[in-house]
Design a protein around this ligand. Sequence first.
Ligand SMILES: Nc1ncnc2c1ncn2[C@@H]1O[C@H](COP(=O)(O)OP(=O)(O)O)[C@@H](O)[C@H]1O
Ligand SMILES: [Mg+2]
Length: 291
Amino acid sequence: MKIQRVPSKWAKTKVILQNQSLSLYVPDTRKYDLGVLKEMLALYTMVYIKPDRGSFGIGVMRAEQRTVILSPSQQKSEMNGTTDNNEIEQQEAQILYILRYAKTAEVFFSPEELHEALQKRIQNRTYLIQKGIDLLRYKDRPFDLRVLAQKSPSGAWETTGMLGRVAAPQKIVTNYHSGGSILSVNTLLKNHMNPSETLSTINQLRTLGVQIAGQLEATYPGIKEIGLDIAMDQQMDMWLLEVNTLPSIVVFKLFPDKSIYRKIHRYAVAYGRVKARKSPYSTRNRQYTKA
Ligand SMILES: Nc1ncnc2c1ncn2[C@@H]1O[C@H](COP(=O)(O)OP(=O)(O)O)[C@@H](O)[C@H]1O
Ligand SMILES: [Mg+2]
């Protein structure tokens, strides 16, 4: 039977939100329009805008609302003991809207102007807007985590792989296909937490992979593999940015521990994503499948 793929992020998000405990991991996500843009910028200051059916980080944009003080007279009034804050705000505070995508940054002076620029890129397609997460960083570059869950040959969901992805310089996305680098989860988390916290985070990620898979499978019974994009914020809270139903498996080849990829590949062969390899490993693979 063909493996089921679900391209719409919106459809998958709605299914996950049906589960109350899993909904806690989903950042506020809505369909994009000007009204929602204004509301979400007011709520979160920074938002991500992305194609409903996108991948590889293509078309992903980020909008930020920033208040800047334009004149130095605030300092002067403070020295004079002036307390009329309204006057200061009216005269000096300016709200700017910064749009970033690929390696570009543009500045606008109203949400309407920002919307016009976004609309040019969105055209008539469906885009989503999502609360922006302030990602943890590695060497000053933001990173997120990919968690791979697969149907095992015995029919149970299992989290079989995990890795971290660090954004390329000046990029707002961490995708490998957009120049991101792959590192181990351990390497990325160890600068932010102690070993026992890292271990419990990894266990939580494992459980989440299985739970999200089960939740999606109830609506999409033909799925066999999923890749969760998980963001960790400065409070170490986990957020589910999206779920991929055609996750990359070759990226797991990069790790020195070859047993990880071998298992991922063996499961993928069992549910028919890939054919068994005719490599020196294949005899071993067949033995594993029988076990
Ligand atoms: N809400 C968000 N907050 C912070 N970063 C985000 C957010 N949404 C997306 N990103 C960044 O953009 C990348 C691509 O977004 P994603 O939703 O995974 O779309 P794609 O299908 O193109 O991979 C993510 O891996 C992450 O680095
Ligand atoms: Mg993604």
